[in-house]
Design a protein around this ligand. Structure first.
Ligand code: 5AD
Ligand code: SF4
Length: 431
């Protein structure tokens, strides 16, 4: 979501004549797009911001902007105004479309510009993002979140949930496909609660409508919520041929008492039942998840429930997080915070299991031929291409062909399986 905000900001600036400059010393405008989901991001932000003061001092025309989730929190804005008073523009996640106007006003008046909280954000339909990849695009389907998991700051920084219409989303994707896009990643904090504000259509209806768009090859979405995923959605895996056989379904933990205190509104048995249904509907589906360790009050036995769930499900991959108290969220006030040392120990045990299982899962691909949508050449080696399978496995293979393969689907035979990627050789270019 944050990356897509950056794409939108870059797109708006290009539309008014700016060009991208990687080196801050050479730039006229610098934008720091922030995340606040964990404390580490908070801490790094102030350190990074401080490093730009020198440029600002040597060049008063240099314009520094801070945006994203951090300025949605009043205490952060106060801190910026107090300790980083040279920051020119501050705007929040719900004011992105106002950025060009704020920039103009800052240049014209020389005055600082702030656009932070917005109680009634408009669903922005007119932004033209500058995409990171030619062949794949991020597409928002909802903004904000209504779930208030007790550890999470997102509902406070991104506001209440708002869905776009099926029509607007399909129009955007149709346009993207005419521009060469083959794969879309639909974005929402909880895609399963998508509801068209005009027609009342839900997420499965949206998937079916997108599946009919000409030129599109792959549909992905993120993130699903176990409390809202429906049988109708699961049946889309059998029905929609463009829907990738992959799902990111955060479980957060494997113990019912902790899940309740997290306000996740499902239990372990219900989560396992969804996994079973997904595998029934789509036997080769790959499944990834998010897990938090060291949530307040988590006992050793409760943590072991998470380990046993991880082993029972057999996730293809998992994002693992050490619980990080976020000011303003209910869990930050829970009194039974787990000591750092214990959190780290549990985290290491979890990561060991996850990595072992990922390698086991990846090993089943040895000798198989996979269809890979090529993302580009490897950053470190010009002779190696990388791309993704339908199941989101990262595949690296030798670029023996002189042809430009980016954005093409090729067949790759898997010759080596690692924990986080597969290696292979190109068999033939199917397109
Ligand atoms: N501490 C640790 N992890 C968190 N996440 C969200 N909030 C926190 C927090 N306070 C994780 C969740 C979520 C992912 C995006 O970030 O696992 O699914
Ligand atoms: Fe945060 Fe929960 Fe909303 Fe996800 S569903 S963004 S974890 S509050």
């Amino acid at each position: 979501m944050n990356e897509h905000d950056s794409e939108n900001i870059a797109g708006m600036l290009e539309a008014i004549g700016y060009i991208h400059e990687e080196n801050p010393n050479m730039a006229d405008v610098l934008i720091v797009n922030t995340c606040s989901v964990r404390e580490n991001a908070d801490n790094r932000f102030f350190g990074v911001l401080g490093t730009f003061k020198k440029i600002k001092k040597s060049n008063p025309d240099f314009i520094v902007c801070v945006c994203g989730c951090m300025p949605q929190q009043p205490r952060i804005v106060e801190e910026i105004k107090k300790s980083f008073s040279w920051v020119d523009i501050i705007f929040g996640t719900q004011n992105i479309s106002r950025f060009p106007e704020l920039l103009d006003r800052r240049i014209e008046t020389g005055k600082k510009q702030y656009a932070i909280v917005d109680d009634n954000p408009v669903v922005e339909e007119h932004m033209e993002p500058k995409r990171l990849f030619k062949h794949k695009a991020l597409v928002n389907i909802t903004y904000g979140c209504n779930n208030f998991c007790t550890y999470c700051i997102v509902p406070y920084t991104r506001g209440r949930e708002k869905s776009r219409t099926v029509k607007d989303i399909c129009t955007e994707i149709d346009k993207l496909c005419r521009d060469g896009v083959k794969e879309v990643m639909l974005l929402g904090q909880n895609v399963d609660s998508f509801k068209d504000p005009v027609t009342g259509e839900g997420f499965p209806d949206l998937l079916r409508a997108i599946n009919r768009i000409n030129g599109l090859e792959r549909i992905r979405f993120m993130t699903s919520h176990p409390k809202d995923i429906s049988d109708d959605m699961i049946s889309c895996f059998g029905e929609c041929d463009k829907l990738c056989h992959n799902i990111h379904l955060p479980v957060q933990c494997g113990n019912d008492r902790v899940l309740k205190r997290m306000n996740r509104k499902y239990n372990r048995a219900q989560y396992l039942e969804i996994i079973e249904k997904l595998r029934e509907a789509c036997p080769d589906i790959t499944i990834s998840t998010d897990i938090i360790v060291g949530f307040p009050g988590e006992t050793e036995e409760e943590f072991e429930d998470t380990l046993s769930l991880v082993n029972e499900v057999g996730f293809d991959s998992a994002f693992t997080f050490i619980y990080s108290p976020r000011e303003g969220t209910p869990a930050a006030k829970f009194e039974d915070q787990v000591p750092e040392e214990i959190k780290h120990r549990r985290f290491d045990r979890l990561v060991d299991d996850i990595n072992r299982i990922s390698l086991e899962k990846n090993s089943t691909y040895l000798g198989k031929i996979c269809e890979v949508l090529v993302e580009g050449k490897s950053k470190n080696n010009d002779n190696v291409y990388s791309g993704r399978t339908d199941g989101f496995k990262l595949v690296n293979f030798d670029a023996c062909s002189e042809r430009e393969l980016e954005g093409k689907t090729v067949s790759v035979k898997i010759t080596e399986c690692k924990t986080f990627s597969l290696e292979g050789v190109i068999v033939d270019e199917t397109i």
